[in-house]
Design a binder for this molecule. Structure first.
Ligand code: UDP
Length: 391
């Protein structure tokens, strides 16, 4: 019980951008901080969000040479980054001495956290948010992450069975527990219908069906598959919610915009950029689609669509199959299959009763299986055990 009350966790995340892993931490941290704290390696929107939520947060900025190594990999870059990395780890370690454990919430945080945990003699837990396969990462990157985890982490918390399986397949030998993301159901509780009508007008949507895709713009998220499907669904409009987060995704975003400007799609595809009002936007669409062409590590947006009481279509693979029961709580289609996506969208639009039934069943299921409470309890339990073993 003492451990339970005094669990002081230092959450470490390298990112300033609001990706799924950061939004997860934003929901997890309030159960631990204070006395825990979130430490970021870069200032930006994530830091602002944490502060606005009243979560103790701090930034120790990674030196430029360390940041660049991620973008321009290569042995020389890596070597040049070593002194900066050691200094950074040292500063993190100094801070970590006031905590019971370090919780690395990203792969780059794992690198810094591994060194800092050794220096500070604190146990390290890694929350794995990725499927470690060559579809997503270079072989070197995977080897580095697995080696560090095996050597330095006491426990890996995987965000899905799929992430866990890929980690073990890649040689992971540390104990792994799976904790699915919990999503705040209150945010998705009935949004004012007048608000939705106003939002629809503001976005310049015409009458008629709308599908929504809520993901950052990235080739593996498969927005291009939806655009090709729309070419065969001339009455359907789409909102694409999310922005390219990383440098190499900018080109893809440009290609999507070009494709959407062609005559067969013109005026039907709305790029909304990154938005804070995902729950409201989900209320105005008829179907939430998820189109990832590589296995999704978890797929928060799928659960969110379910909590928004929308029928969802997701691609089969990764965490998506742990979320959706095909034909009961949504529809699953093969990744990259335009015709299957066209058929699924058409089916739901032509059978509103079925769409409503799926959405209701999905809502009930998601509330039960992906609650914030369960997520926080499972993580706490795992951390308490790690700290108790240490004492
Ligand atoms: N999201 C958001 N605004 C956007 C696009 C996405 O807040 O404009 C959120 C979305 O609601 C979800 C998260 O970003 O909570 C994406 O998480 P997911 O697991 O689907 O994918 P990831 O980005 O982690 O690959």
């Amino acid at each position: 019980m003492t451990v339970r009350l005094n669990l002081r966790t230092l959450f470490l995340d390298h990112s300033a951008a609001l990706g799924g892993a950061e939004l997860y931490l934003l929901d997890l941290a309030p159960a631990f901080a204070p006395p825990g704290e979130v430490l970021l390696l870069e200032e930006g929107p994530f830091y602002e969000k944490l502060r606005a939520a009243g979560i103790p947060a701090d930034v120790i900025a990674a030196p430029e040479a360390v940041r660049r190594v991620a973008r321009e990999a290569g042995p020389f870059r890596a070597l040049r980054a070593v002194p900066g990395l050691l200094r950074l780890a040292w500063r993190v370690a100094r801070k970590a001495r006031a905590f019971d454990l370090i919780y690395a919430n990203s792969q780059k945080a794992l690198v810094v956290g591994s060194l800092a945990a050794q220096m500070a003699r604190r146990p390290l837990v890694w929350n794995l948010h990725d499927v470690l396969t060559t579809e997503h990462f270079s072989a070197m990157n995977i080897r580095l992450a697995v080696t560090l985890a095996n050597r330095f982490a006491r426990l890996v918390i995987a965000n899905s069975e799929a992430s866990k399986a890929a980690f073990l397949e890649a040689g992971g030998r540390v104990p792994v527990v799976v904790v699915h993301n919990g999503i705040d159901v209150e945010r998705f509780a009935a949004v004012d219908s007048e608000q939705v009508v106003a939002l629809r007008q503001k976005l310049g949507l015409r009458d008629g069906p709308v599908v929504g895709l809520f993901s950052r713009l990235a080739p593996w998220k498969g927005q291009h598959v939806l655009l090709e499907a729309l070419a065969e669904l001339p009455d359907v409009q789409a909102i694409l919610v999310g922005e390219a987060l990383f440098q190499d995704e900018q080109l893809y975003a440009e290609q999507l915009r070009k494709r959407a400007a062609q005559p067969d799609l013109e005026g039907r595809v709305h790029f909304l950029g990154f938005r804070d009002d995902v729950p409201e936007l989900m209320q105005l669409v008829d179907v939430v689609v998820h189109t990832s062409v590589a296995p999704e590590p978890f797929g928060r947006v799928i659960v969110e669509g379910m909590l928004a009481r929308r029928p969802v279509i997701a691609t089969r693979g990764g965490g998506a199959v742990e979320i959706v029961r095909d034909g009961e709580t949504g529809l699953l289609v093969p990744p990259g299959d335009v015709q299957a996506l066209v058929a699924a969208i058409r089916h739901l639009l032509e059978h509103p009763d079925l769409a409503r039934r799926l959405a209701e069943a999905a809502y009930r299921d998601a509330r039960l299986r992906f609650s914030l409470k369960t997520m926080r309890r499972k993580v706490r339990q795992a951390l308490v055990e790690v700290v108790a073993r240490e004492r």
